[in-house]
Design a protein around this ligand. Structure first.
Ligand code: ADP
Ligand code: MG
Length: 234
C-alpha cells in the first residue's frame, strides 16, 4: 500500500486552563489517512474534533507527537512555514464560511493565490474555474451578502480547492445550513470524493457520516473503537 497522506502518531494537545488547570483536548492520537479517502470525524461536543482538525489543517500545532503530511514532518514548524503549508497544501472549510463580506465571490477565491504571488490574470482564471466547478459560474461578482448560505459555502469550498490541495478539511460545514442546502453541499462533497479528492469532515449528522467511507469516533481526546457506548445505548 502507498504511504498515507496524513500520518499522526501520539498527537496530544493540552490547553492552559484557569489557574493551574490544564485541558487535555487530545490525549494521544494515532491515525493514518490515505489518498482518496472520505473520512467522517464524529463524537460528542468537547471530544476534541475541532482541535484535531485545526492540527490537521496546520492552524494549530500539537503539544507533542508527530504529524506527517505527504511524508513531511509539519509538527514543529515556525509560523511562516506553517502558513505556507496551509496556503499551498491544505483546503479548509469552516462552519461559518469565513468569507470577506465586502468582497466578490471571485476575489474571495483569488485570495489564497494572491498571497502566493500568482499574477492577476492567472488568479482570475483559476478563481473562475474553481467557482464554475462548484456551480457558481454565474455568481462571480456577487458579494457574500447577495448569496444564500449554501452558495456561501460553495464559495468557501471553491476557495479551499483553488490551489489543488492535498487534503480538503471541513469542520461542521453544514452546521449553519438548512436541510436543502445541506443536501446540496453533501452532494458536492460526494462528487469531489468521486474525483479522487481526500476529504475529512467533522459532523454531528448521521447522514453525513453515512456517506463517508470511514467514520472515526473521538471520545475524551482519544479515538474510540467503534461508536461510543453512551450514544449507542439510548
Ligand atoms: P469539539 O470540536 O469536539 O466540540 P474541541 O476540540 O473544540 O471539541 O474541544 C476539546 C476540549 O478542549 C474541550 O474541553 C474544550 O473546552 C477545550 N478547548 C478547545 N479549545 C480551547 C482553547 N483555545 N483553550 C482552552 N481549552 C480549549
Ligand atoms: Mg468543534
Amino acid at each position: 500500500m502507498s504511504a498515507p497522506v496524513i500520518a499522526l502518531s501520539g498527537i496530544t494537545k493540552t490547553y492552559e486552563g484557569e489557574g493551574d488547570a490544564e485541558v487535555h483536548a487530545l490525549s494521544g492520537i494515532d491515525l493514518d489517512i490515505f489518498a482518496g479517502e472520505y473520512v467522517a470525524l464524529m463524537g460528542p461536543s468537547g471530544s476534541g474534533k475541532s482541535t484535531l482538525m485545526h492540527i490537521l489543517g496546520c492552524l494549530d500545532q500539537p503539544t507533542a507527537g508527530r504529524y506527517l503530511l505527504g511524508g513531511d514532518d509539519v509538527s514543529q514548524l515556525a509560523e511562516d512555514e506553517l502558513a505556507q503549508i496551509r496556503n499551498e497544501r491544505i483546503g479548509f472549510v469552516f462552519q461559518a464560511f469565513n468569507l470577506l463580506a465586502r468582497t466578490s465571490a471571485q476575489k474571495n477565491v483569488e485570495l489564497p493565490l494572491a498571497y502566493r504571488g500568482v499574477g492577476l490574470r492567472e488568479r482570475a482564471e483559476r478563481a473562475r474555474d474553481a467557482l464554475t466547478r462548484v456551480g457558481l459560474g454565474d455568481r462571480l461578482l456577487h458579494k457574500p451578502s447577495e448569496l444564500s448560505g449554501g452558495q456561501k459555502q460553495r464559495v468557501a469550498i471553491a476557495r479551499a480547492l483553488v490551489q489543488d490541495p492535498q487534503v480538503l478539511l471541513a469542520d461542521e460545514p453544514t452546521g449553519n445550513l438548512d436541510s436543502k442546502s445541506t443536501r446540496d453541499i453533501l452532494g458536492l462533497f460526494d462528487e469531489l470524493h468521486r474525483e479522487g479528492r481526500t476529504l475529512i469532515l467533522v459532523t454531528h449528522e448521521e447522514e453525513v457520516g453515512a456517506r463517508a467511507g470511514r467514520t472515526i469516533w473521538l471520545r475524551d481526546g482519544l479515538i474510540s473503537d467503534g461508536r461510543p457506548l453512551l450514544e449507542a445505548s439510548v
